[in-house]
Design a protein around this ligand. Structure first.
Ligand SMILES: [Zn+2]
Length: 263
């Protein structure tokens, strides 16, 4: 099927927009969505010290490329990549390829949550409701702090955010705080520029535009396979592809509402 905008061969059909997009229009759409998210949240400010969490998975590689694109030649913003050592050699190879190509400073840390003193663990308000994510986030936040970084960019995608909203709604206060408390300012701000981009599109972006990435590396976020909520949501999204957008938007509205102190 040809691109809905220009008629050239399509590379993706977006069920939520009803559009077929060619390679160029897919890239434009992808970057437009991520830039809009960054702009709306005022995440790119002068003197920012930003670390991109680079696992070597497709979303993290796409995120590093995106952040490098938007920071561009700005001399007032520092951009580095941070990686926790993992047991996925292909992923580390991918990470190395992309930092070598980009020239961005890269820091690798051992994975060992036991070395984090209890008092220095980020509080629940900073964390993802998923235990696997929360542990990684805690360690990345500490890494960023050690490097004098004030912003940590994570490659979480649309589906992950939509699932947070559902879990926060279902599971009550202790979890709700994890995703939606904006009024506690962390020393390291966590940003998620791909929160409006489906996971499939981060994979396609990496495949099409980041040459040499090893396709054996799976997308992150499969750390709770078989979970009934995840499975039900995946089935729902396949029938109604606009629903994750609606959920993320609801989550953002709740955040704003609470941010005004009206909750
Ligand atoms: Zn096109």
């Amino acid at each position: 099927m040809g691109c809905s905008k220009c008629g050239r061969p399509g590379v993706i059909f977006q069920g939520y927009s009803g559009l077929h997009l060619c390679m160029q229009h897919f890239k434009e759409d992808f970057l437009h969505k991520a830039k809009k998210t960054v702009r709306q949240h005022h995440w790119l400010v002068p003197e920012a010290q930003i670390a991109v969490a680079l696992s070597g998975g497709p979303a993290s590689c796409a995120l590093l490329d995106f952040m490098r694109t938007i920071v561009g030649e700005r001399k007032d913003i520092r951009l580095v990549a941070v990686t926790m050592k993992n047991n996925r050699p292909y992923a580390l190879e991918n990470a190395k390829k992309i930092v070598d190509a980009s020239g961005i400073p890269w820091y690798i840390f051992p994975k060992n949550s036991e070395t984090i003193p209890q008092g220095e663990r980020p509080g629940p308000t900073l964390r993802s409701p998923f235990p696997a994510h929360a542990s990684i986030e805690s360690q990345l936040i500490l890494m960023a702090g050690a490097l004098k970084i004030d912003t940590l960019a994570l490659g979480y995608t649309l589906e992950t955010h939509a699932e947070w909203v559902i879990r926060n709604a279902i599971l009550g206060d202790s979890v709700r705080k994890s995703g939606c408390t904006p009024n506690v300012r962390p020393p390291v701000q966590v940003i998620r520029p791909f929160m409006h981009i489906p996971v499939k599109e981060t994979g396609l972006y990496t495949q099409l535009f980041l040459n040499g990435q090893d396709e054996r590396v799976e997308t992150e976020g499969k750390d709770h396979p078989g979970d009934p909520v995840s499975l039900l949501l995946a089935q729902l999204y396949s029938r109604h592809p606009a629903i994750p957008y609606a959920l993320v938007n609801i989550g953002e509205q709740v955040k704003k509402f609470r941010g005004r102190g009206l909750s």
